[in-house]
Design a protein around this ligand. Sequence first.
Ligand code: GUN
Length: 283
Amino acid sequence: METKIIDGRVLSDQLRKSIKQKVCELRQNNIMPGLTVILVGDDPASQIYVRNKKRACEQVGINSNVIRLDNNITEYELLGKIHDLNEDPSVHGILVQLPLPSHISSERIINTIDPSKDVDGFHPVNAGKLLAGQPYLAPCTPRGIIKLIESTGEDISGKHAVVIGRSNIVGKPVSIMLLQKNATVTICHSKTIELDKIARQGDILVVAMGRPQSITDKYIKTGAIVIDVGTSRVNGKLLGDVVFQAAKGKAGWITPVPGGVGPMTITMLLENTILAAQSSSVL
Ligand code: GUN
């Protein structure tokens, strides 16, 4: 069958136009939306992600500030920086790029960010709101995934969605969002037995395992919507979890890597920053 491409770059460009418009409206009301990103250490992948986030902010008129900190910074010092940003009214969004060095607890850092500035949507308050059906600042990659699926024009309601991966960043929140859209959801993970058999039942298949090129056509139902969240850098090349050439001809729709989920994650970060800035004016 013909496999259609879900182009995350095209969808992102469309959405960024309306984000730019919202930024103009905020600026007219003397609110200058601002995002501060904290980058600890010199992980090459994190450097690229942070650079892309800063560039996207500039493109739509969001003030962005990157705080680069030495790998040896103590957890206490980093917590102090976050407390300062929590108190700074010009900062609407705070993002601490993960992973952090092993001597720092990501959990303690995330839990210290003011939930109303938590544009990653990782704070337990925001995770709880999503679970309770009152989403506010929800995680960016899952939000992007839902928009990519909806862009196909297919209805999520009633479909069987299979999610491979159970991380707090992607697998768990996207499962909740799909459930909220009335999908029947199965969550698979590294201990799942007969993964291929279960994956093959998915009208929607979201793959967020971080194991490059591990999902072939035998995991895909004919006509399924396949969302590939994998972004592994192998020999300088960005690889998804899905073998694109094997999925082609079997899936109904598929997101490419790069150019699928990645651009949408950043676009949702921009949307969350706008949301946080808008909320700051009514608090
Ligand atoms: N590292 C990889 N993905 C993400 C993300 O979505 N947010 C943050 N803060 N760090 C990341």
